[in-house]
Design a protein around this ligand. Structure first.
Ligand code: GLU
Length: 480
């Protein structure tokens, strides 16, 4: 039975790169009918926050991931939060101590720093000083009130990581110093907690970012010292920005939360993230979740780094927007419409008209965030006209045009787009006016926008009453 895990540290919002790690683990588990576990690695007690754990869980769910065991749902191997498993780490550390595979190190920070700088070792770092202390040295340290850390006694041997994606990577004997597994406050270090958790949660495959590859020999050695074989490892290439540096704030939105707030559809994000470092044999680009599960394999993961390209994402996103029906888009856009002040009641009353506008504007809707801008003016009570633009319309001529159009709309029957268009065009002709001198101001008067849906469709959708009322108010504005 395949068991994989996604193990985020709750020290920030879910980063794009981490979301991709979660996604690959999820796809691998689902493809192989295995178990996908969510584990919260919160041993960095200063930086870990409950709010981040909650937001990570929320964003993973939003993306469309589900897990079989986790802090929110429990499972046979819980708890799934490291700070609730401290007894386990202590137990295993004690075992290593009693077998002479780990030892207490009493060195102070100052002593360590001093010795590291004048060390003549193969690799800089700890010089394994406390490996062979005498009883009297130990009692002196205790008397001085020092609190020891526990270090792992690194065996003198090569470690080979047989990585599913990267092939075999050799770490030569002597390239590691004895490293800390338990801090003096009895909290495990990342390396130790990860191994004990992977061991006790019976993880079969560790799928994570390449930034952890250099940690892997440490992990393998701990597994072996406890008498176990390490799981399989698959280290995925990193996610970089277009300038090939690590994806960071400089590159714009880097958290799943930001994309969600910017009105991106979860399915599009899911699809795009899956293609960051994985590709199908025939380079297909648009995949449903089921297709991805069906086709995903670790062998299909690339060794070279993935480039996160927001332009490509937006392109893919627009494909997904086109696939959605107007009514689906309306439902998904409700939170965004509410954000600009429309109540649930108002939205439900105007559902039909909003859906019609969505249908009309669909090609132009890049994200859900565009929905309020492109539909809001249909349902708003008060159009907001930009005072700078309105200035341009303050002429006696315009006043005349608008009052005449108002009268004209009053008598158009039936009030539908071809009839409206016919009448307004005829009016321009009779008055010898350029259509652009009438159409643009009219659009602005009716919507407060300078571009948008087709003018006559728009007037039809607004309806006679609303259109006339808006023109009247606009007339008052330009008369001021
Ligand atoms: N907590 C680690 C991180 O957020 C993940 C460790 C692992 O996957 O082994 O980078």
């Amino acid at each position: 039975m395949i068991r994989v895990r996604f193990a985020p540290s709750p020290t920030g919002f879910l980063h794009i790169g981490n979301a991709r790690t979660a996604l690959f683990n999820y796809l691998f588990a689902r493809k192989n009918k295995g178990i996908f576990i969510l584990r919260i690695e919160d041993t960095d007690t200063e930086r870990s926050k409950k709010e981040y754990e909650e937001s990570i869980i929320e964003d993973l769910k939003w993306l469309g991931l589900s897990w079989d065991e986790g802090p929110d749902i429990g499972g046979l191997f819980g708890s799934y939060r490291q700070t609730e498993r401290l007894h386990l780490y202590r137990e295993y550390a004690e075992k290593l101590l009693s077998e002479g595979k780990a030892y207490k190190c009493w060195c102070t920070k100052d002593e360590l720093e001093k010795r590291i700088t004048d060390a003549k070792q193969k690799v800089a770092g700890y010089d394994n000083y406390c490996r062979n202390l005498t009883e009297s040295q130990i009692s002196r340290f205790k008397e001085e009130g020092r609190k020891p850390v526990i270090r792992f006694k690194v065996p003198e041997k090569d470690v080979v990581v047989n990585d599913i994606i990267r092939g075999s990577v050799i770490f030569e004997a002597g390239s590691l110093n004895d490293f800390v597994i338990m801090k003096s406050n009895n909290i495990p270090t990342f390396h130790f907690a990860v191994v004990i958790d992977d061991l006790t949660m019976k993880i079969t495959h560790v799928i994570r970012g390449e930034d952890h590859l250099s940690n892997t020999p440490k992990h393998i050695l701990i597994f072996e010292s406890l008498g176990y074989t390490a799981p399989y490892f698959a280290h995925m290439s990193m996610t970089l920005g277009k300038d090939r540096t690590r994806l960071s704030k400089r590159h714009g939105a880097t958290s799943v939360r930001q994309y969600r707030e910017n009105g991106y559809l979860a399915e599009a994000m899911f699809n795009y993230l899956a293609l960051l470092g994985w590709s199908s044999k025939d380079n297909q680009e648009i995949f449903s979740k089921d297709e991805l599960i069906e086709q995903f394999s670790l062998q299909g993961c690339n060794k070279s780094n993935a480039i996160f390209d927001p332009v490509k994402l937006l392109w893919m996103h627009s494909q997904y927007m086109k696939m959605k029906s107007a009514s689906e888009i309306f439902t998904l856009a409700i939170p965004f419409l509410k954000n600009v002040g429309f109540s649930d009641e108002k939205l439900q009353q105007n559902k039909e008209i909003i859906e019609k506008v969505i249908e009309m504007e669909k090609e132009k809707l890049k994200t859900l965030l565009d929905v309020p801008e492109r539909t809001g003016y249909f349902i708003t009570e008060n159009v907001l006209w930009d005072p700078e633009i309105i200035k341009k319309f303050k002429s006696p001529n315009n006043k005349k045009i608008f009052s005449e159009i108002e009268q004209l709309l009053e008598i158009v029957e039936p009030f539908e787009k071809t009839k409206i268009e016919e009448n307004i065009r005829k009016y321009c002709q009779d008055r010898n006016l350029k259509t652009s001198d009438v159409f643009h101001p009219l659009r602005f008067a009716l919507t407060g926008q300078t571009k948008g849906a087709g003018l006559f469709e728009l007037i039809e959708l607004l309806g006679k009453q609303k259109s006339i009322k808006r023109i009247e108010t606009f007339l008052k504005e330009i008369e001021k």
